[in-house]
Write a protein that binds this ligand. Structure first.
Ligand code: DX5
Ligand code: ZN
Length: 481
């Protein structure tokens, strides 16, 4: 897919203005950030298909931007566009696009492309009248030529991605001033100064992310309820409404989640490419988790939260699994479920991801005691597990009813493991149940349907998710421990 954009100017002070060169560069970066926000808006509207038209090469982004106009004469400016948008920039041989468009229409209007030749296999080629669309396509093919392509540099793209979120904060803060300047009205400078001093999220109202006890407060949209045809755009939306984490269910449709076949490492990678800052908590419901660990780490998962009941069924050949025997005092004959858990946790940790374990509503928390003991033996001074995800519904499906029995379990986990960083409640979380879970000790609310709504499509927009996200955040901040 090719997107045509015209550039507009805006200025953003991303660097100190030591000299005129810095000022000029900042102006150019401002234009590039403007282009990126236009592309993000198209993504949100579902008009950018990140998966189509690309090569199979991982490092080449699938969507390209066609650029025209005088600015195309500056290679540096074009490269900056490629880096800021993380897209390939395509430049044509003729830089005046409006004139070229007019020439194409004139050529078609004067019947220069009236006929098309259809090639028969047996008969000789036949000439026939072309439709209007065919004439345009033919004229474009003859008159539009690509001159060069500039690919984004991954390191620069990553850095610009970080700066872009500053830019989004900044533009939100000076919105009133921009509007006043454009309409020649008076600006309320005092309130603007006050708002510039206040930290804020990219969404309109600033949110806090720490409970009174100092524990982190996290509202995590579960993308199982998002529009699956536009996952990258939905992830961008989550980031835009203020989310730092999203919950991604990787379910294999097997015994733990019959019929729930969701996404895999490729989707995690696609989301990570669009939103590298957004942390993905990947909930794996599979009784064959081992082959998924490395691909998920490569795809950019920040954490793997595995489903406890599925690991119970896992077959573990001793040859592969004896690598941590010494550190936790296990031998080939004493290998059991606790060591299976330990083994998976350590593999996830070694792959550079956080470790989470998810337990279904009927599973008591005591099942993790053995794992914790092994960990103690291994003489670690922190918990091996970063996250315990307490499911209040059956795994694999959204929109189920919250099982209130799990509130007792939340309380007991909070008491048992005061060092635990994240205690998540997952499934059936809405304003009412979130309050109860927060009071019981959860500091992470995972919510699908209550954030995205039912039968969501991307064109439903951001207002619903923004409102629900902020409401859950307020509840967690007011009632969390
Ligand atoms: C179930 C998932 C949940 C699910 C929750 O496997 O872990 O995150 O998406 O969906 P809702 O919030 O709709 O109950
Ligand atoms: Zn899940």
């Amino acid at each position: 897919m090719i997107i045509h954009l015209s550039m507009h100017s805006s200025i953003y002070p991303s660097i100190h203005f030591d000299d005129r060169g810095h000022l000029w560069r900042s102006l150019q970066e401002g234009v590039c950030y403007g282009t990126r926000s236009a592309i993000d808006a198209l993504r949100l509207a579902g008009l950018v298909d990140d998966s189509s038209g690309g090569s199979s090469c991982e490092s080449t982004p699938p969507v390209s931007i066609a650029v025209s106009g005088g600015a195309t004469r500056s290679t540096m400016f074009l490269q900056m566009h490629a880096d800021v948008t993380n897209m390939t920039v395509v430049v044509g041989t003729f830089d005046n696009a409006p004139m070229l468009g007019a020439a194409i229409l004139a050529a078609v209007g004067t019947n220069q492309f009236k006929y098309s030749v259809s090639k028969g296999r047996r008969r000789r080629n036949s000439i026939q009248l072309a439709t209007f669309q065919e004439q345009i396509d033919e004229a474009v093919a003859c008159m539009v030529h690509e001159m060069k392509r500039l690919h984004p540099c991954p390191i620069a793209s990553q850095e610009y991605n970080r700066l872009y979120s500053n830019y989004m904060h900044f533009t939100a803060q000076v919105e009133d001033l921009s509007r006043a300047l454009a309409t020649n009205t008076t600006v309320d400078y005092r309130s603007m100064e006050e708002s510039l001093l206040m930290p804020s999220s990219p969404s309109s109202s600033p949110l806090s992310y720490a409970l009174q006890s100092g524990r982190e407060a996290i509202v995590m949209p579960s993308i199982l309820a998002a529009d699956f045809g536009a996952l990258s755009a939905e992830a961008l939306l989550c980031e835009d409404i203020g989310a730092k984490w999203i919950h991604v269910d990787v379910c294999d449709g097997n015994t733990g989640c019959p019929g729930a076949l969701t996404v895999g490492p490729q989707s995690v990678a696609a989301i990570h490419r669009s939103c590298p800052q957004l942390m993905q908590d990947v909930h794996v419901v599979s009784d064959n988790i081992m082959p998924l660990l490395q691909p998920l780490a490569t795809a950019g998962a920040a954490r793997i939260t595995f489903q406890y009941e599925q690991v119970l069924q896992m077959d573990m050949p001793i040859d592969d699994s004896n690598r941590y025997f010494d550190e936790c005092g296990v031998t080939a004959t004493s290998i059991g479920i606790d060591y299976k858990l330990y083994y998976i946790c350590r593999l996830i940790e070694e792959l550079g991801m956080q470790v989470g374990v998810c337990i279904s509503p009927d599973t008591p928390i005591e099942v993790l005691d053995g794992l914790m003991m092994l960990h103690k033996k291994a003489d670690k001074d922190c918990l091996l597990i970063d996250n315990i995800d307490v499911l209040a519904v059956n795994p694999g499906f959204g929109g189920q009813v919250f099982n209130e029995q799990v509130l007792i379990k939340l309380r007991s986990i909070a008491n048992r493991y005061p060092m635990l960083k994240y205690l998540s409640i997952d499934g059936g979380v809405n304003a009412e149940t979130a309050l109860k879970a927060a009071e019981a000790g959860a500091n992470v609310l995972i919510a699908g349907s209550s954030i995205f709504g039912k039968n969501r499509i991307i064109s439903d927009g951001r207002n619903g998710p923004l409102k629900s996200y902020q409401q859950l955040n307020t509840i967690l901040m007011q009632h969390g421990l």
